[in-house]
Structures are given as structure tokens and as C-alpha cells.
Ligand binder design. Structure first.
Ligand code: PAF
Length: 280
């Protein structure tokens, strides 16, 4: 059975109130739809951890810094509902934009520091949109637990900071990145790749693995990076927004992993921006 779809805060509250009263753990899996196995792994983790699971689909206009990106974002609610069928989620919440942002809407949630780098630099305003909508979704769903993918590691750390700083009583769980068989990190944006670009796309992860391997053997990161950039450009990547090592906790830039760290990348291929990160 496809999950019951609720579209208003009032209907959602009516569904969650009895769960809350019974002291049940309510897991939320916030998504923007175009669900793939990465999202479904979050739903699986929520089902394994919580008594109730609410999956949400909302293509959040506030986190797009580019109108055509918002326009092109893949949307297919019926297919998404079908993909959720086998998980028996309790509710699929798909609010209307007016339900989330009525004309009178005037508030934003903003996290400093962690948002000043990587996606924050290349997508101005993006994280304010994310933290604003995630705060609303946490409150609307009465969640006790929330599930996010490590594919968007910076987002995960920003949401953790926000929940801690605002005393939001939600446990934020990070779940491992799910990859295609050829290593490409699953992402709704992969649907936008042409066949040719899809063939080249796994090169990003391959080059990242090769850098991680080199770094683990003590090679100089900037040399490895320069070689990887040349190879990525030869494979058709037109622009590398960043390819850098940063600490897991505060996302400080490192020239080698002297503490728990990840290699982060964002690169453009045939008009599609791919992001990825791996532990180093
Ligand atoms: O990761 C996403 O899909 C979005 O940023 C999120 C967390 C659903 C907020 O809109």
C-alpha cells in the first residue's frame, strides 16, 4: 500500500499528536523527492530506529540560489510514493508551497561558520533555506529523530549545529552515502545527466579515491589534487568548484588529514553540478 499522503500542517498534527502522547519515537526523513536508494536507506534507518516514520517531500524554493535549477529539479510524486510502499512509512507529508511559506512569512534560520565554506560559498543563501525549512519540518512533524545522508556532509553538520544551538530536541542521524555500482554517489540530480555525461560522472569518485589513497601513503595533497583536476577536465568536467580536505567537525581546511577529515568535491559536468565526499 502506498503511504497516506498529507498536505497540511493541521492534518499532519492530527496524525502525530496521538503518537506524541503515547511517547513514541517519531522519525522524519526530509527529502525533495526524486527518491533513490540513498533516500530509501534513510527511510530504512528510520524504520529500524523509530516507532513511527514520516517521510517528507518538499522542493524547497528557499534553498535554490538559481531559478533554472529549481525549475529543472526532478518531480514525480506518484513514483516516489510507489518507492516508499515496501517501507510502510506512517505518513508521506507533501506540503504545498503556500502551506510552508504563506505571503506573511518573514523568518529565517541561519547558522554561521560552518556555512561560510564549500556549498555556502558557491550557493549563497542555500543553507539559510535548508535550515529554515528543516526547522519547520522538525516542528511540524514533532520528530524525535531525523535522518540525513552523509552525501551532503556539510548539510548534515549544519543541521546538527542548528539543532544543538536552538535546543531542538531531535537526534540527528547521519547515514552513509549510497553509490551506484560504478561508484557515482546517488543523487536526484543524476537524472539530469545525459547518457554521455552519466558515463563520465563516476570519474569524480574515482579521482577522489585515488587522492585518498595517495594521501594515506603520505603523498603531497596539492600535487595529487592538480593531477586529478587535469584528468577530470580531460574527462569533460568543465569547472571544479572545490576539491579539498576538511575536518569533519568544524570543516576547517587542512592540507593533510591530521584529525578525522574528509575529501570534499563539487564539479560541473555537462551543466550538472555533482558533489561528493569521502573519508580520508
Ligand atoms: O537534502 C535535501 O534533499 C534537502 O536539502 C532537505 C534536507 C530535504 C531540505 O530541503
Amino acid at each position: 500500500m502506498t503511504p497516506p499522503v498529507l498536505r497540511t500542517r493541521a492534518d499532519l498534527r492530527a496524525a502525530t499528536r496521538p503518537w506524541q502522547r503515547a511517547g513514541e519515537r517519531i522519525g522524519v526523513v526530509p527529502t525533495m523527492g526524486a527518491l533513490h536508494d540513498g533516500h530509501l536507506s534513510l527511510v530504512g534507518a528510520a524504520k529500524a530506529t523509530c516507532d513511527r516514520v514520516v517521510a517528507t517531500i518538499f522542493v524547497n524554493p528557499k534553498q535554490f540560489n538559481n531559478a533554472s535549477d529549481l525549475e529543472k529539479y526532478p518531480r514525480d510524486e506518484a513514483t516516489d510514493a510507489g518507492r516508499l510502499e515496501r517501507f510502510a512509512v506512517d505518513v508521506l507529508y507533501v506540503p504545498h508551497p503556500e502551506e510552508m511559506y504563506p505571503d506573511s512569512f518573514a523568518t529565517g534560520v541561519s547558522v554561521a561558520g560552518l556555512t561560510d565554506v564549500m556549498e555556502g560559498t558557491h550557493r549563497p543563501g542555500h543553507f539559510d533555506g535548508v535550515t529554515t525549512v528543516v526547522t519547520k519540518l522538525f516542528l511540524q512533524t514533532s520528530a524525535t529523530d531525523a535522518f540525513f545522508g552523509e552525501k551532503d556532509f556539510q548539510q548534515l553538520q549544519v543541521v546538527r549545529r542548528m539543532a544543538a544551538d536552538l535546543d531542538i530536541p531531535v537526534t540527528v542521524h547521519g547515514c552513509p552515502t549510497i553509490r551506484e555500482i560504478d561508484g557515482l554517489a546517488m543523487s536526484s540530480r543524476n537524472l539530469l545527466l545525459s547518457d554521455r555525461a552519466r558515463t563520465a560522472a563516476p570519474r569524480l569518485h574515482e579521482e577522489m579515491e585515488s587522492i585518498a589513497e595517495g594521501v594515506s601513503q603520505g603523498a603531497d595533497f596539492s600535487t595529487l589534487r592538480a593531477r586529478a583536476v587535469t584528468r577530470l577536465q580531460a574527462a569533460g568536467f568543465t569547472q571544479i568548484d572545490y576539491l579539498e580536505i576538511r575536518a569533519n567537525d568544524d570543516l576547517a581546511l587542512l592540507d593533510r588529514p591530521t584529525r578525522p577529515a574528509r575529501l570534499f568535491a563539487a564539479a560541473w559536468l555537462a551543466g550538472v553540478r555533482l558533489i561528493d565526499n569521502i573519508a580520508v
